[in-house]
Design a protein around this ligand. Structure first.
Ligand code: GTP
Ligand code: MG
Length: 277
C-alpha cells in the first residue's frame, strides 16, 4: 500500500486542503515542532531519532533561551541539517505561547501537517508514522493517547497516573471533548485546522494549553482520532510540571467553558462543517 496520502479536495471540513500531501513514511510535507526548556542533555538524541523516522520532515525547535545551552546545541546541529530550524524566543512565557509561536512559524512554509512533541522521549518517535497515517485516513487531528486500548504510561508513580487520568476525564467531561486523553502533547494536526486554531489569543498558557487546543479543534468541527501510545517517563533532564500548572488547567477548563466561541476560534464561514456551538 502506498504511504502517500492524498487529502480529499472535496473534504469540505475546516481542515480540508485541496491537493495537500502527507507522506507518512518520509515525512515530506510535515513539520515537527518541539518546544524546549533546558533539554540540552537529550536534544541531540531526540532530533536524531525523529530525523531517522521522518527523513524528509522539517524540524522546528522552539527554545525559550534555555540557560543550559539547548538553543546553541540546536543551532549547531542545524548547520548539518538544512531542514532543522531553531526559533529562539527572548524569554520564557510558558508552553502555550512557545507552541503558538512555533506553530505560526511552521505554518508559514505551508506544510500539510504539523506535529507537536516533547523533547524528553516521553513521546516516542516511532509513533510518528501512525499519527500521520491517521490524517491520511481522514482525521484532522490525531492525538497520541495514553488512555485508549493499547496506550498507557510507564514508570509513573500511582499519584501522577491518577492525577493525569482524572484530569483528562474531567477536562473532557466539562468541555464535551469526547476524547480519553485531553492533556497529552503528542499530536498531529492537519495544517488548515491548526491555522484556524491559532488565530485567537490563548486563554491558558501552561499545560492547560493542550486542553484549550483540543477544545478549539472541537469548536472548529474537526475530526479527531486517538492513536494509542505508550508514554515512558522522561529519560533525561528535569520536569517542568508544577502544582501551579496543574491548578491553571483545573480552573482553566471552566474559563474555557464560559468564554464565547468567538474568543477562541474565528467565526465559521457559511457552509462550513458542523461542530461549532
Ligand atoms: N519553549 C518552552 N518549552 C517548554 C516550556 N515548558 C516546558 N517545555 C518543554 O515542553 C516539553 C514538555 O515539558 P515536560 O517538563 O517534559 O513536561 P511533562 O512531560 O508534562 O512532564 P514530565 O513527565 O515530568 O517530563 C519539554 O520538551 C520541555 O522542555 C516553556 O516554558 N517553554
Ligand atoms: Mg515530559
Amino acid at each position: 500500500m502506498s504511504a502517500t496520502l492524498q487529502e480529499s479536495a472535496a473534504s469540505g471540513g475546516p481542515a480540508g486542503g485541496a491537493g495537500a500531501v502527507v507522506d507518512a513514511v518520509s515525512g515530506a510535507g510535515v513539520t515537527v515542532v518541539i518546544p524546549t526548556y533546558n533539554e540540552v542533555a537529550g536534544i541531540g538524541a531526540i532530533l536524531a531519532a525523529v530525523r531517522a523516522v521522518l527523513p524528509a520532515a522539517r524540524l522546528l525547535v522552539v527554545d525559550d533561551r534555555s540557560p543550559d545551552g539547548t538553543g546553541e546545541a540546536v543551532r549547531a546541529a542545524s548547520r548539518q541539517d538544512p531542514r532543522l530550524e531553531l526559533l529562539s524566543r527572548p524569554a520564557r512565557q510558558g508552553l502555550g505561547p512557545a507552541y503558538v509561536d512555533g506553530f505560526r512559524q511552521a505554518l508559514r512554509q505551508a506544510p500539510s501537517a504539523v506535529v507537536q512533541m516533547d523533547a524528553d522521549f516521553s513521546h516516542r518517535p516511532e509513533y510518528l508514522p501512525g499519527l500521520l497515517a491517521a490524517l491520511g485516513a481522514g482525521a484532522d487531528l490525531a492525538l497520541g493517547s495514553r488512555y485508549v486500548a493499547g496506550g498507557g504510561t510507564e514508570d509513573w508513580p500511582w499519584q501522577r497516573r491518577l492525577t493525569s487520568r482524572l484530569g483528562s476525564r474531567y477536562a473532557s467531561a466539562v468541555l464535551g471533548l469526547g476524547v480519553q486523553d485531553a492533556t497529552g502533547g503528542f499530536r498531529c494536526w492537519r495544517s488548515r485546522l491548526l491555522e484556524a486554531a491559532v488565530v485567537q489569543p490563548l486563554s491558558l498558557r501552561q499545560f492547560g494549553f493542550q486542553i484549550e487546543m483540543a477544545y478549539r479543534a472541537r469548536l472548529l468541527g474537526a475530526r479527531v482520532v486517538e492513536v494509542p501510545i505508550r508514554f515512558p517517563d522522561r529519560r533525561l533532564g528535569q520536569s517542568k510540571m508544577r502544582l501551579s500548572i496543574t491548578l491553571e488547567a483545573l480552573l482553566g477548563v471552566w474559563r474555557l467553558r464560559v468564554l464565547p466561541r468567538a474568543a477562541l476560534v474565528p467565526a465559521a464561514p457559511s457552509g462550513s462543517a458542523p461542530g461549532g456551538r
